[in-house]
Design a protein around this ligand. Structure first.
Ligand code: FE
Length: 198
């Protein structure tokens, strides 16, 4: 018998069905699921990555460790966990711009940035950023001069890339917390720059 393709119910309904199945069979507890959701909603997010960036901007020795072994250096600040293995940090500057994608699915450094935004998972972003990065970045609001070299990094289970954005001019007097507040998720994926406070 051939299965007839049917329109799939929306993701929240499928997720609930899956949760019910797993808890009914005693494979996971509802508390464990709630704990995981709480962790990613409240405790893990781009604020973690922003702390790493601010520390790298203000502490050259930390930056050297971060560039040499991303996973170990973010672990120093307590950031570790699923999709936090094999973190590779690449630095943006005046002449070299780096941007991250996962062409295959949505690999992303969860402990530093939380869960990926929808645009990161969008098939259009995943295919176009590789073929025409300058155009896609411009559409996302980041216009780069023609003499800026763009490198696109494809994240996977082997390497999860994290961008160290360029520290903006006019931020010399700021401390680590103030700097961290300027750093956005988009800047740490490489689709935006960090801007000094107005
Ligand atoms: Fe992926």
């Amino acid at each position: 018998m051939t299965a007839i393709p049917q329109k799939r119910p929306p993701a929240p309904i499928r997720t609930e069905a899956l949760e019910a199945l797993l808890t009914d069979r005693g494979l996971v507890t509802a508390e464990a699921i709630d704990g995981l959701i709480n962790r990613f909603v409240n405790d893990v997010g781009p604020m973690n990555g922003a702390k790493v960036v601010a520390k790298a901007w203000t502490d050259p020795e930390y930056k050297a460790r971060l560039m040499a072994d991303g996973t170990a250096a973010v672990g120093e600040l307590g950031f570790a966990g699923p999709q936090g293995e094999h973190i590779v940090v690449v630095e943006n500057d005046e002449k070299a711009h780096n941007v991250v994608v996962c062409t295959l699915c949505s690999c992303y450094p969860w402990p530093l940035l939380g869960l990926p935004p929808n645009w990161y998972k969008d098939p259009a972003y995943r295919s176009r950023i590789v073929r025409e990065p300058r155009a896609v970045l411009a559409e996302m609001g980041l216009e780069l001069d023609q003499d800026v070299a763009i490198t696109v990094w494809d994240s996977s289970a082997e390497n999860r890339y994290f961008i160290l954005p360029q520290r903006p001019d006019g931020t010399d007097g700021l401390g680590e917390d103030e700097l961290a507040a300027l750093v956005t998720r988009e800047a740490m994926v490489g689709v935006a720059k960090v801007h000094a406070p107005a």
